[in-house]
Design a protein around this ligand. Structure first.
Ligand code: ATP
Length: 306
């Protein structure tokens, strides 16, 4: 019977997630690995977002007790500002976004939004206040209209089209034989990484949350697509509190603050300019990426000349 209890419990968990309109989140966050569900406190109240200021205060976190991932992280994202988190692979960047969503509870410290601890508010209210543009967007086997409207099921068709326009994907959709009625997902039209990401951006534009998490794709997009996506992301994040998990440093030069994470601690922090002047870890990462981009450009030009 015990063997059955675990999957049943898990199915119950998944069902509740779907009911909350979060069907794709567990996949986005790799939640399938989670064996313990975070529960609402008995006296949990809905989160009240007045400005949307985020604060991490001396946060300690480990997935496994004997392997600390975050070791005393403190930072603030003032309302309406953009903070970028960078650092080597495995540094704990995505973990920070999962903790803000309260997919896990921290071992010490606190995470607050407008002064309310994420452990004291209902998960439903917390998650509806946060919009997420993930690394890999999961599409439903349904129309593109449905997939975008998922951001706000009550949205009208005109609002969905407007969101697609703002996310710079409307022209592409109109070029498809069935337009917005085109079936996508595993059994429909397969979209490229960049197209899927723009669907996620359109969804988020519809949802219009006060707080945004942008988890940048690791996979390289071509420069043109990257610029288009950046333009639509700049548009969504304007005037919203935004946390960017960045892999390509070129996309975050304008962030209000850049936090460089290494070994679960903040190694450096400052604006792009301050960090470049420091000639530390960030400056090294920046120079390496610049060299790689230039090498790619040279290779591309050489190919074009052939
Ligand atoms: P990347 O740039 O490669 O995406 P990251 O900085 O975002 O990396 P995280 O995804 O936050 O890194 O992971 C930090 C560490 O935590 C990694 O060593 C990873 O193996 C570990 N980790 C992530 N998720 C889990 C999990 N569900 N269970 C146990 N360990 C995990």
């Amino acid at each position: 019977l015990m063997q059955l209890a675990v999957p049943l419990n898990f199915i119950g968990f998944v069902y509740r997630e779907i009911r909350q309109g979060l069907a794709d989140l567990e996949q986005m966050f790799g939640l399938l690995d989670v064996d313990e569900e975070v529960q609402d406190a008995p006296d949990a109240t809905p989160l009240v977002v007045e400005e949307g200021a985020i604060r991490f205060d001396d946060v300690h976190f480990a997935y496994d007790a004997n392997r600390p991932i975050l070791r005393g992280i403190s930072f603030e994202v003032p309302a309406g500002r953009t903070i970028a988190i960078v650092g080597p692979s495995g540094a704990g960047k995505s973990t920070i976004s999962r903790l803000l969503y309260r997919f896990y509870d921290i071992q010490a410290g606190s995470i607050t939004i407008d002064g309310q601890d994420v452990r004291d508010v209902t998960q439903r209210s917390l998650r509806s206040a946060i919009g997420m543009v993930p690394q890999d967007t999961v599409l439903f086997n349904d129309t593109i209209m449905y997939n975008i409207r998922y951001g706000r099921p009550s949205a009208t068709e005109a609002e969905v089209v407007r969101a697609a326009e703002l996310a710079q994907i409307a022209d592409f959709i109109r070029s498809l034989p069935d337009g917005f009625d085109t079936m996508v997902g595993e059994r429909g039209l397969k979209l490229s990484g960049g197209e899927k990401q723009r669907v996620a951006i359109a969804r988020t534009i519809l949802k219009s949350p006060p707080i945004l998490i942008l988890d940048e794709a690791t996979s390289a997009l071509d420069t043109h697509t990257e610029q288009e996506i950046q333009a639509s992301l700049d548009l969504v994040s304007k005037d919203r509190t935004t946390l960017v998990i960045a892999h390509r440093l070129s996309t975050i030069v304008d962030a209000d603050e850049i936090i460089v994470l290494q070994g679960g601690m903040i190694a450096e922090r400052g604006t792009h300019r301050e960090l470049i002047e420091r000639s530390g870890l960030y400056a090294d990462m920046w120079n390496r990426q610049q060299e790689a981009t230039e090498a790619e450009e040279r290779l591309r030009r050489a190919r074009e000349e052939d």
